[in-house]
Design a binder for this molecule. Sequence first.
Ligand SMILES: Cc1cc2nc3c(=O)[nH]c(=O)nc-3n(C[C@H](O)[C@H](O)[C@H](O)COP(=O)(O)O)c2cc1C
Length: 248
Amino acid sequence: MKRIIGLLLAAVLVFSLAACGSQTASNDSSVNGSESGVAADESESKTEITQGQDEEAQDEAVPTADEENTSGNKTLIAYFSPANSDTVDAISNATPRVGNISTVEYVAQKIHEQVDADVVKIMPIDPYPTDYDEARDRVHSEADNNERPEFTLDVDVNPEDYDVVFVGYPIWYFQMPTIMNTFFETYDFSGKTIIPFNSHAGSSDGGTYTAISEFEPDATVLDGLPTEGESAAESDESIKEWLSGLGY
Ligand SMILES: Cc1cc2nc3c(=O)[nH]c(=O)nc-3n(C[C@H](O)[C@H](O)[C@H](O)COP(=O)(O)O)c2cc1C
């Protein structure tokens, strides 16, 4: 009798162990097969994404203006526009404006919103006439005779003290206003970075970025931003994209 009871107990024990083992296996397989499997897959793919992001982050780790400034780079935005907010002359009245400012000045302001920089206006010593025909004749003769109109800066800065110089101007008669030639002949930007921007009525940059490189052969002249005067008010996004492409 004792033997029979012993055999029965042993059978119950074997059966319960088998049932328990099969439940553990089934739990394991459901964890492995679904939750844990997904978790493993997710964690693998997260690892991949994280690594990918790290690589991308490294690729895109171009210093921002602030980082450049903290590392010692100084940035200036210098621009010439006879139609700037301080002047009302014939050219101001004949060129497109955004609100009450000229197109070059508008782009300069947009750059300044995104870039930590000082700003300076390049002002003609001899202001342009208030009569349009006279103003046009003068600009024409300055270009024809390759003159060097004198200028002053509205703020007391030395552009050569800066590492990065944004330079803005309109296109006049398919080239830079000759006052810009005076500007580039006055300052030596060797070893510095020049970033041009200009407004126009169809000539785009008119080859002026190449002309700047010729005036400043030892500077790095980056690809500039030409903005059509008539659409300057809608140019905010393209200005942002251009700046972000430059690392700002
Ligand atoms: C005297 C003069 C000559 C110009 N010559 C050209 C030209 O050759 N090509 C062009 O695309 N736009 C030309 N323009 C148009 C200006 O580049 C355009 O209106 C620009 O938006 C003016 O910028 P501002 O408003 O900042 O002065 C000329 C404008 C003036 C007043």
